[in-house]
Design a protein around this ligand. Structure first.
Ligand SMILES: Cc1cc2nc3c(=O)[nH]c(=O)nc-3n(C[C@H](O)[C@H](O)[C@H](O)COP(=O)(O)O)c2cc1C
Length: 196
């Protein structure tokens, strides 16, 4: 089939749907966040891309702290809501039950099965967004969402986001094992060691 040029868009399929927590001057604030990625292993860091016009942007720039919370499929409506209204005009601080770990400006959401608090270590300024890189200083869940001590996607039941068609999706079935399913192919194919 012929490839069709579908234009200059950022197609990342899918993204995790999360909620970013921060602290405005007088209250906690929350916004929906899809532009999230791991960026470093030790120490563990993640990056979030936040539009410069958002109240959350100002909060992170001022306090140097934020949280990333993973809602469940039961939280689609409230997650979308915090992505529709700005903390500049609406008080979003009472929408969730909150808890705190090490950082006083990184409110986390009790209803979310997985939450991480981050300390800002670097900001990359881009034309419309700032890419905030945060070191994870604490990650929180509950026994009921873990299997052998690590977060279990089936138990957590998070949801995914696609853009630009703006869909929310549930997670499908386990179809393989990472760093494992390619093993027999690795053994079959001879190394050439001709690289740099
Ligand atoms: C599903 C979803 C994902 C979103 N992801 C992002 C994102 O990654 N970065 C961003 O800057 N805005 C994102 N937004 C938009 C903000 O959540 C939205 O503008 C919000 O009202 C900003 O709130 P604030 O002004 O209180 O910070 C997203 C919105 C939705 C609905």
């Amino acid at each position: 089939m012929a490839k069709v040029n579908i234009g200059e868009q950022t197609y990342v399929l899918p993204m995790a749907t999360t909620i970013l927590g921060s602290r405005l001057k007088d209250r906690p604030n929350f916004m929906a966040l899809g532009w999230l990625t791991r960026v470093n292993s030790k120490p563990p860091m993640l990056g979030v891309a936040v539009s410069q016009g958002h109240a959350s942007h100002r909060a992170i720039a001022e306090t140097g702290e934020f949280s990333v919370n993973f809602p469940t499929v039961a939280m689609v409506e409230i997650t979308d809501y915090v992505g529709l209204v700005s903390g500049k005009r609406v008080d979003k601080s009472e929408l969730f039950n909150l808890f705190y770990g090490e950082l006083s400006n990184a409110p986390m959401i009790s209803e979310c099965p997985l939450a991480m608090e981050c300390k800002l270590v670097k900001t990359v300024e881009l034309p419309t967004n700032s890419f905030f890189i945060g070191e994870i200083v604490g990650a929180y869940s509950e026994e009921q969402f873990l299997t052998e001590g690590v977060p279990d996607i089936k138990k957590i039941n998070p949801f995914l986001l696609t853009m630009p068609d703006n869909g929310y999706w549930s997670v499908g079935e386990l179809i393989g094992r990472a760093w494992s399913d390619g093993e027999s192919m690795r053994k079959r194919i001879k190394r050439t060691d001709t690289g740099p």
